[in-house]
Ligand binder design. Structure first.
Ligand code: SAH
Length: 234
């Protein structure tokens, strides 16, 4: 069964966008995953197809209405749909490689993209939306965040990455940032490739790479070392 993504958005023309190219695009064409978009405006009830209104309590900006979003979510994800319902949101749990792996192992995802100031709190509660953040900064809408999430998930689907092994040594997979990479030429502006990498001694190379990964992680992301290593779900 292939991974099924349904995206609820005011800008369906943003999809597949970057997800239609390269690895993700080829996998989409091959049917390894599917992508459906729903225009949230189609679930509005007035002549102007309004989806937002002024915030209760006052203040700047507009808020997406709970009733209209609920109708869109119910259409996208009827009872019995086992896919998680995600809301892209800067208030959400920061997305991790571990969560990406879980999603990739599941049936798909229903993804709601916010706009304006965000969405009415009541629909988050009433439809049990899981808020997911892609980082501590504010985007203008959830669509680009949804691209990030789907790109990370799709590359893990079976058969998508040419060399399956390349997924396992990557940054975050073993709680470490990845070791540095080198390729030809042997000498670049007076900087040679480290000797160990051309030694042909695979055990030594593996030890060197692990040591480099630990050093880099300690320097740049000591917070990762403080955490117990994430088990790699297989
Ligand atoms: N007023 C909100 C930000 C709204 S930004 C706040 O301060 O929390 C508009 C929409 O962009 C959000 O509803 C969300 O869907 C999306 N978005 C913005 N930043 C995001 C992030 N870091 N991660 C995921 N989604 C984000």
């Amino acid at each position: 069964m292939s991974f099924r993504a349904t995206v609820l958005t005011l800008y369906p023309e943003m999809f597949p966008g970057a997800l239609g190219l390269s690895l993700a695009g080829r996998a989409l064409e091959a049917g390894t995953w599917s992508l459906e978009t729903l225009q949230i405006r189609d679930f509005a009830t007035d002549r102007h197809r309004t989806v937002d209104d002024t915030p209760a309590g006052g203040g700047a900006g507009m808020v997406m209405r709970a009733d209209i979003l609920a109708r869109a979510i119910d259409a996208a994800s009827p009872a019995g749909d086992l896919r998680p319902r995600l809301l892209m949101s800067p208030r959400g749990k920061p997305l991790t490689q571990a969560r990406v792996r879980e999603l990739a192992a599941g049936p798909g995802a229903v993804i709601l993209c916010g706009r304006f100031e965000g969405v009415d709190q009541r629909v988050i509660e009433a439809r049990a939306l899981e808020e997911v953040s892609v980082g501590d900064y504010i985007l203008s809408g959830g669509e680009v965040a949804a691209h990030v999430l789907l790109d990370a998930v799709v590359r893990l689907l079976p058969g998508v990455m040419g060399n399956e092994a390349s997924g396992e040594e990557e940054s975050f997979e073993n709680g470490l940032l990845e070791h540095p990479h080198y390729t030809r030429p042997q000498d670049f502006e007076g900087r040679p490739i480290p000797d160990v990498l051309i030694s042909g001694n695979h055990a030594k190379i593996a030890r060197w790479r692990h040591a480099e990964a630990e050093k880099l992680t300690a320097e740049r992301r000591p917070d990762l070392l403080a955490k117990p290593a994430q088990p790699v779900a297989k």
